[in-house]
Design a protein around this ligand. Sequence first.
Ligand code: FAD
Ligand code: NAP
Length: 323
Amino acid sequence: MTTHKTRMLILGSGPAGLSAAIYGARAGMEPIVVQGIQPGGQLTTTTDVENYPGFRDVIQGPWLMEEMQAQAEHVGTRMIWDQITSVDLSQRPFRLIGDGGDVYEGETLVIATGAQAKWLGLPSETHLRGKGVSACATCDGFFYRGKKVAVIGGGNTAVEEALYLTNHSPDVTLIHRRDSLRAEKILQERLFKHPNIKVLWNTAVEHFVGGGEPEGLVALDLKNTVTGEKSRLDIDGGFVAIGHAPATELFRGHLALDEDGYLIVEKGGTRTNVPGVFGCGDVADKTYRQAVTAAGTGCMAALDAERFLAEAEFEAEQASEAA
Ligand code: FAD
Ligand code: NAP
C-alpha cells in the first residue's frame, strides 16, 4: 500500500483528464492521473474520429488518446492505473483510496470521470456496436450519408439526434416505447414538422439484426408495446439515445450533483461546491459531450486548480507571517 501525494490529482484519463494534466504539468503542478478502468476514456471504444481539430485525415480514437497520454507524460504527468473507490473531501489535502488500497492525496482534485451512454442491454446490441449500432449521432452520423437510420429513445437527446441525422440521411425513424415524448416541446415541434423523420410510437427494439460481409446492422426486430405485434424495420444505422449515466456515484453525498447525477460546476467555469475540487468533461456536461469540449474544460479545470492553489498558498503564507 503506497501513498501518492500531488498538488493536482486528476481522476480520469479521457480527453478532459489528459488535457488537465498537460496544462497542470506545464504549470509545475506535478499532476498524477488516476486512469480508471478505461485508460484513454470513451474514445478508445471507437474507430474513426473526424471532428477533433488538427487532423485533416481521419484519425483513430485509440491512437488520439495514446498521443494525448504521451503528451501528458512528456510534460511531466505521472499516470497510475488504478480505480478510485472512496473519497474524503472534508479537508485538504483531499484523500482518495484506490482499488488496491493505495492512498492518493491531492492539494487540488480534478474530476474527469466522464459519462457513459446507456444501452438497451441486448446481446445483439453489444455484438453490433461499432458495426451499425452507435450511441452518438454527432460522432457517427456522417458514416450514414444517404442511408436509412433509426434513433431509439424519447428524450431531448433522441430528438436532437434524429434532427441531426437528417443532415446526412433522407430517412430517419424515431422509435419510442411510449406514445408521447419527454423531449422539450420546441424540439418535438421541429421533429414532427420534419419531412424526413417518421415516429414509431409504442415500439420497443427486441433484436438488432446483423448481416452482410463484413457483418453490419441490416434491420431491427420490433415489438409493439401495446398490442404485442412484431415487425421488422430494414435499417443501416441504429442510434441508441436513452440517456447517459455520469460516473459520479463515488461523489454522492460529497459533492453537489444535479437531478441526473451530473457534477454541478459554476456556470462558465469548473469549480464545484467544494473549494479545491474541479469538474470537467462529460461528467459535468449533459449538453455537448464531445472530445473537444471535454479537452477544453479539462484545460479550464487545470487553470482553475492552479489559481486556487496559488491563492490558498498565498493566504497561508500571510496567515503564518501575521501569527
Ligand atoms: P471519458 O472519455 O468518458 O473518460 C472518463 C475517464 O474516467 C476514463 O479514463 C475512466 O477510466 C475514468 N474513470 C471513471 N471512473 C473512475 C474512477 N472511479 N477512478 C478513476 N478513473 C475513473 N466525441 C467526439 O468529439 N468525436 C467523436 O468522433 C466521438 N466518437 C465517439 C464514439 C463513441 C463510441 C463514444 C462512446 C463517444 C464518442 N465521442 C466522440 C464522445 C467522446 O468520447 C466524449 O465526449 C469524451 O471522451 C469525454 O471525455 P471525458 O474525458 O470527459 O470522459
Ligand atoms: P432522458 O431525458 O432520460 O430520456 C431518455 C429517453 O430514453 C426517455 O424517453 C426514455 O423513455 C427512453 N428510455 C430509457 N430507457 C429506455 C429503454 N431501456 N428502452 C427504451 N427507451 C428507453 O435522457 P436524455 O434525452 O439523454 O436527456 C438527459 C438529460 O439531458 C435531460 O435532463 C435532458 O433534458 C438533458 N438534455 C438536454 C439537451 C438540451 O437542452 N438541448 C439535450 C440533450 C439532453 P420514457 O420517456 O418512456 O422514460
